[in-house]
Design a protein around this ligand. Structure first.
Ligand code: OOG
Ligand code: MG
Length: 247
């Protein structure tokens, strides 16, 4: 399959919640994988979606171990994926959603590759990401998950705070008040600012106003209908949403 066909296959898998077999794409090259991702995102934009942010994946050992990969990846967030803090999210159209706790950055200035990431940050916030691999059983090669826009499906950002030292803040993930993951922002490449520097390197340049998810600090957990999800990042506060009840 060529780039456009691979993008269409992934798009259809998401639109019809019909997973693809991992390992079956023939994709083996990360450059081609990012070209597929760009074509997939272009299909979303052609349907009227707008890009709202940039995300990193596999910035923590917990995530790399869980998914069996060992390289940073990046993807795009769109307005269709945005969940309001405290809002509702419908997971009925997803394949096998998972949720993971993150830290979000808001850029106040342009951030270029090699630039000082801290100087470009306007604000930071606790965040949650919903991921939903378009591959069966969340089993994929690195090029496949890149092509699949890094499993992006939803995200919510809590209240923004002024920049603070993110080097070692406790992270909690709760489902219906039950603690399911604990970690630290230190798990994100040793310091989330490193993720931001990596984002700049990978993107070339990031514009003011861009929201960047630094990558999950813990492994992701399965997300069911009718569940209240809450993440807490010490010093930054909490963020949450509730999945709609099953019909
Ligand atoms: C890929 C997405 C990884 C993260 O925060 O590490 C990611 C996946 O786990 O399916 O978003
Ligand atoms: Mg993530």
């Amino acid at each position: 399959m060529n780039t456009a066909e691979l993008a269409q296959t992934l798009d259809d898998a998401a639109l019809h919640a019909r997973p693809l077999p991992g390992g079956g794409s023939g994709l083996s090259d990360t450059d081609q994988a990012y070209a597929v991702q760009a074509a997939l995102v272009a299909r979303k934009l052609a349907r009227g979606e707008q890009i709202t942010g940039f995300k990193l994946g596999f910035t923590s050992l917990a995530k790399m171990r869980q998914m069996g990969v060992s390289d940073l990846i990046h993807g795009r967030l769109t307005d269709r994926m945005h969940i309001a803090d405290g809002g509702k999210f419908d997971v009925s159209g997803l394949i096998h959603p998972r949720v993971e706790p993150e830290v979000a950055f808001l850029l106040g200035d342009t951030l270029r590759a090699g630039g000082d990431p801290a100087a470009a940050v306007a604000a930071v916030a606790p965040a949650l990401e919903v991921i939903d691999s378009r591959y069966d059983g969340f089993r994929f090669s690195l090029p496949e998950v890149i092509a699949d826009n890094t499993s992006a499906a939803g995200y919510v950002v809590g209240a923004w705070s002024d920049m603070t030292d993110l080097g070692n803040l406790g992270v909690l993930l709760e489902l219906d008040g039950r603690l399911v993951q604990t970690g630290s922002t230190a798990a994100i490449l040793g310091h989330p600012l490193r993720a931001l520097a990596a984002a700049a390197r990978l993107a070339g340049e990031l514009a003011p106003g861009t929201v960047i998810l630094a990558g999950a600090a813990t492994a992701a957990v399965a997300l069911s209908p009718g569940t209240h999800v809450r993440a807490t990042v010490a010093g930054l506060g909490t963020v949450g949403f509730t999945t709609e009840e099953a019909a």
